[in-house]
Design a protein around this ligand. Structure first.
Ligand code: HOZ
Length: 457
């Protein structure tokens, strides 16, 4: 008998729907996932958490129903609270290059737990992590650990302004550098997905210090410097954009950016929160051979734990307090758990350069499986299927994508056991934990999805 309680447990969907799903399963007909516990948790979440999520990019109500609540991750797989299993291409938005629960990271965390969880005082491990970062990314001569990518970019901007004694910042449309006030102008990621060009809550005076330009246009950059060059403190860029989907730099673009910034005495900040240790061990700057003045890094240097860092030229970083007059601080900065996990991650990547060959090869196989009429952008192990047939080189072209078609793709892939970011304007990430079987199953799911789309036409 179907009681109210049954209905509640089944997520409030009509009971007949759930019965149909069960019957289909019993007769061996294609099984469609149910998300009863996720639905219930989401109903509770929206009562207490804005939008039911702790970061907007996790919400996908309009696209595919509602967020899936995760029970656990293992290697390349996620398991939700309803017992569904997915091949994970979100990887905590990039940093899980070794997959979930890598044994060396777990061992480092267990060891760190023996000494304590937070001191707000220096530890030996912080010095080791700083050494490891500076060795891997030679443009980083000095580094300051913080707690997130947002903190890293916010601090790098402050340092750039303090060092140059100028106020203006150049950023690019569709790039996202965390939720820093002055960087939320024409930003990508969740803002692009939600159609929020300029968020409320940022004083006009802050937004007015930002110049947003089209990515991949050296002409636009040259013109901005011609007009405002003496007032521009820094250009901040995702060297490979991940936050409007994956958009690589056109040949010569980063080189031109380096030349123009140097000519005007402005700093070049590479936001490598996504690309650091991902597109190469030394990040995008190693892959493209460009030396920025400052670099920001994110959770990858914490093995997926909450951490970030900014660093760069010694003369610039020497201005940071207490060495210099530019103040930036944090009790949890250099947190022993995050630092231990990050050290384990970086040591593993250094000792296993074959990780990069492996994820590159997996990325290439997925790229080759893209359905007809889709533009694929890929740099190593980060990629996006854009539902448009033209090239995607910046926000103007990215926003032409058929987002309704992306929504159907996303939903069917999820039902096929493939977990992607719920937005056309995000990148997918392959990890070293993805097996050949994962890749083959993903390719099969992509083909099946394309056939479903054709049938529904
Ligand atoms: N850069 C990440 C997504 N593109 C951020 C994730 C988040 O905002 O939660």
């Amino acid at each position: 008998m179907n009681t109210d309680k049954d209905k509640e447990l089944k997520g409030g969907l009509p009971i007949c729907v759930h019965l149909c799903l069960s019957v289909a399963n019993i007769f061996g007909v294609e099984f469609r996932m149910t998300h009863i516990k996720s639905e219930e948790l989401f109903r509770r979440a929206v009562e207490k958490i804005p939008g039911g999520v702790n970061s907007p990019v996790r919400a996908f109500r309009g696209v595919g129903g509602q967020p899936i609540f995760i029970a656990r991750g293992q290697g390349s797989h996620l398991f939700d609270v309803d017992g569904n299993e997915y091949i994970d291409y979100v990887g905590s938005w990039g940093p899980l290059l070794l997959g979930h629960r890598h044994p060396e990271i777990l061992a480092a965390l267990e060891k760190a737990l023996e000494i304590g969880t937070s001191f707000g005082a220096p530890t030996e491990q912080e010095v080791l992590l700083a050494d490891a970062i500076c060795e891997a990314v030679p443009s980083i001569e000095m580094v300051r650990l913080v707690n997130s990518g947002t903190e890293a970019t916010m601090s790098a901007i402050r340092v750039a302004r303090g060092f140059t004694k100028r106020d203006l910042i150049v950023k690019f449309e569709g790039c996202y550098h965390g939720h820093v006030d002055s960087l939320l102008v024409k930003a990508g990621s969740g803002l692009a997905t939600l159609g929020i060009a300029d968020t409320q809550g940022v004083p006009k005076a802050f937004a007015d210090t930002t110049i947003a330009l089209p990515y991949n246009s050296l002409d636009a950059l040259e013109e901005a410097f011609r007009v405002h060059g003496e007032r521009i403190a820094a250009v901040i860029v995702e060297p490979v954009v991940g936050n409007m989907g994956c958009v690589p730099p056109l040949p010569g673009y980063l080189e031109g950016m380096r030349e123009i910034t140097a000519r005007y005495g402005a700093l070049l900040i590479f936001d490598e929160v996504m690309t650091g240790f991902r597109v190469a061990f030394g990040g995008a700057q190693a892959r493209y051979g460009i030396r920025p003045d400052l670099t920001t890094l994110g959770k990858v240097i914490g093995g997926g734990l909450p951490v970030g860092a900014y660093g760069g030229r010694r003369d610039i970083m020497s201005m940071v307090a207490p060495a210099g007059p530019i103040y930036q601080a944090g009790t949890l900065s250099g947190n022993p758990l995050a630092v231990a996990a990050g050290l384990a991650m970086l040591r593993h990547l250094k000792a296993h350069p074959e990780v990069y060959d492996r994820v590159e090869a997996c990325g290439a196989r997925l790229e080759a499986a893209a359905p007809a009429g889709v533009t694929v952008n890929r740099v190593g192990s980060m990629f996006t299927f854009f539902f448009t047939d033209g090239p995607v080189t910046g926000w103007e072209s990215a926003k032409k994508c058929d987002t309704a078609r992306f929504g159907r793709f996303f939903r069917r892939m999820l039902e096929g056991g493939v977990y992607l970011a719920p937005s056309q304007f995000e990148a997918a990430f392959v990890s070293a934990a993805h097996s050949d079987d994962d890749i083959e199953r993903t390719i099969a799911a992509v083909r099946e999805e394309a056939e479903s789309e054709l049938r529904s036409d």
